[in-house]
Design a protein around this ligand. Structure first.
Ligand SMILES: *Cc1c(COP(=O)(O)O)cnc(C)c1O
Length: 375
């Protein structure tokens, strides 16, 4: 990211944290005072707040979003040999978590408009070994969970929502993470709710599953006796410091989401007809707009034009997972929607404190870049 003052940055974490500095300091002083660095009151308080924010019964803090996914799979009994359906147009961690538990990620295509999985895109990949589905609420846009849950029930599959980009997104008034057996969140600093380091959480309404998750994430410990290990677990916990900082930031999250949505409205008005290039929120849903993604032909020329006009962009993601070297041992698949999207998507600057002047500059540059090429 170029920090030169006349560039429009892709994101701006500094602006997000400026007003909270003193509160951050007092959490750190308090954690130091208590010498309670792992677990404890800050973690329990954040877990309770996060569960209630998501409309779920319970939350367990873990070390990062990838572990949140892998622990959910483990707790649901997904084993080596099992096949888990995963969209190919996602951050690699979605599929990586499946591989971590020894299961096989089976990549599926997505809807050509929303770029999200649907029962129609999942169905062709079903086999007798399929045991779970991992829908991803990509870019902050929520997948159609009622339809996916009906499909899963009809085929006896577990559903784990990858909500790492969708903190607070809603469909039919149900929040991301609250429909599946488990919902996995990342608090990587750049996510809509980010720690000042790594962090993650799992939400669920299943209290038995929650007990397993608590144990699995803490060395497979018995919850009553710390020297008894009935499960083969891992060490994946949320630090007290991060939990304390996350609670402070959670209090601001709805406001930041509203600011993101106001920025998106400015983009929508400014882009006019060109808004049709944007991957929009699905009808009837409330997106938290983790990313504002356009689809353009000749993307590298588009990005170079914006860069020359002082505007940073990103690509989420240029190579679909099924074409990554990490998964080249799996049977080859043709997933035309994911493959085409990977060549066209480009993410524009979007962050809560983005000014109208900054949006205006991006809109003007996008207009020039597209109109001079007659798109
Ligand atoms: C960030 C992200 C993850 C992984 O989260 P980490 O905290 O970085 O491990 C998983 N899935 C998606 C879609 C993500 O964006």
């Amino acid at each position: 990211m170029n920090s030169s003052p006349d560039r429009v940055p892709f994101a701006d974490l500094g602006a997000l944290h400026n007003d909270l500095r003193e509160q951050f300091d007092s959490v750190w002083q308090d954690v130091l005072e208590r010498s309670a660095f792992v677990g404890g009151a800050y973690v329990s308080a954040f877990e309770a707040d996060w569960a209630s924010y998501c409309g779920a019964a319970e939350a367990v803090g873990v070390a990062n979003g990838t572990d949140a996914l892998a622990l959910s799979l483990m707790a649901l009994g997904i084993e080596p040999g099992d096949e888990v359906l995963v969209p190919s147009n996602t951050f690699i961690a979605t599929a990586g978590a499946v591989a971590m538990v020894g299961a096989v990620p089976v990549f599926v295509d997505v809807d050509p408009v929303s770029l999200l999985v649907t029962p129609e895109t999942l169905a062709p990949a079903l086999t007798s070994r399929t045991t779970a589905i991992l829908p991803v609420h990509l870019y902050g846009h929520m997948a159609d969970m009622p339809a996916i849950m009906r499909f899963a029930r009809a085929h006896g599959l577990a559903v784990i929502e990858d909500a790492a980009q969708a903190h607070g997104a809603m469909r039919n008034n149900v929040k991301a993470g609250a429909s599946g057996a488990a919902g996995a969140f990342s608090f990587y600093p750049g996510k809509n709710l980010g720690a000042l380091g790594d962090g993650g959480a799992i939400v669920t309404n299943d209290l038995v599953l929650m007990e397993r998750l608590r144990s699995l994430s803490n060395h497979g410990r018995d919850t009553a006796d710390r020297y008894v290990h009935p499960l083969r677990g891992v060490n994946s916990r949320l630090d007290a410091l991060q939990a304390g900082l996350l609670s402070l930031k959670l209090a601001e999250l709805d406001e930041w989401t509203a600011m993101r949505r106001a920025v998106v409205d400015e983009y929508r008005r400014g882009l006019g007809d060109l808004w049709s290039h944007v991957v929009d929120e699905p009808p009837g849903s409330f997106s938290v707009w983790h990313l504002l993604v356009m689809r353009v032909q000749n993307r590298s020329a588009f990005q170079e034009y914006l860069d020359a006009h002082g505007i940073d962009t990103g690509i989420h993601y240029p190579v679909p997972c099924h074409q990554q070297g990490a998964f080249k041992h799996l049977p080859e698949r043709s997933l035309p929607v994911c493959e085409q999207a990977a060549g066209e998507v480009v993410s524009l600057p979007l962050f809560p404190h983005m000014t109208s002047e900054q949006v205006g500059r991006v809109v003007d540059a996008v207009r020039m870049a597209l109109e001079t090429r007659g798109e």
